[in-house]
Ligand binder design. Sequence first.
Ligand code: ADP
Length: 326
Amino acid sequence: MSGIRPTGMVHLGNYYGAIRNYVRMQDEFECYFMIADLHSLTTHPDTRELKNNVKRVLAENIACGLDPDKATFYCQSHVRETGELYLYLNMLAYKGELEKTVTFKDKARQHPENVNAGLLTYPVLQTADIIMHRASLVPVGKDQEQHLEMARNFVVRFNHRYGEIFPEPHAFNYNQELVKVPGLDGSGKMSKSENGMSTLYFSDNDELIRKKVMKAKTDSGPTTPYSSKPDYIENIFMLMKLVSQADVIEKYEQDFNNCTIRYGDMKKQLAEDMINFMAPIRSKTSDILANEDYLVEMMKKGAAKANESAKKTMELVREALGLNYF
Ligand code: ADP
């Protein structure tokens, strides 16, 4: 089970940290993937753009390979039981631990005028989403590691107090290590809502992709053979590993190690390989978005499957809590 917020365009960080794993997992597990429209309200209270954003993120995920016939792909607000489970879990979540959450502190700093209770309890709502399907594997990027640790704490407390209902959820990545795709400026992370120039969005046209990649931070190159790579150079290699052929990567590794690397050439190559990877997803997204009926049908189907799973879980939960009076 995993989710993605409809707060902007899907980017390479989302793909690398999350969607790529969704696409592989859908063939191996029973999967629930969700557009987290309720979570987006914690930081984006203005909902005028919400419907369009939800549709775009749905389409972008499908264009990346998510198959709504294999996985249950749905919109968070279509599972009304989530509000109920969130309420029960809130009684098991302590103010002190919520206030210490890194993402809460970051967001409170970014939006001091809107430090709302929903933002504070963001990891509680996330836990409700995950355990609603009694999921144990949660494909996410590294930025979500602490939230998953909190989810396990809430689950352990619930199970201890009311009975063993839920498996403990763990962050999951096929390559073992959780992934963080940093911004092209070498700092922070690629993100839907921050610094557009250092994030590669699937909606970017070819020219914009070239421009962003060419602007990525580099330096004058190593002077000692086999030196270690600074973070921002490591990042360019990492992006190359995602989209370029093995022999191309090997060539630049060698050039780096013998100090003959020309970052200008490397970035040109990266930009073209990136375009080859991203442009087909962009055009597939446009095709899907043009088919409104398909999107609506797909959302209804996803909602029905997610509701069925939620209903079963909530029967167990109410019974465990002793809220089944008759
Ligand atoms: P964003 O931070 O861009 O708004 P979300 O919070 O909606 O993205 O996260 C959706 C998924 O994408 C999560 O699993 C998150 O861990 C992953 N993700 C987001 N940014 C990155 C990144 N730069 N690198 C790796 N994974 C990321």
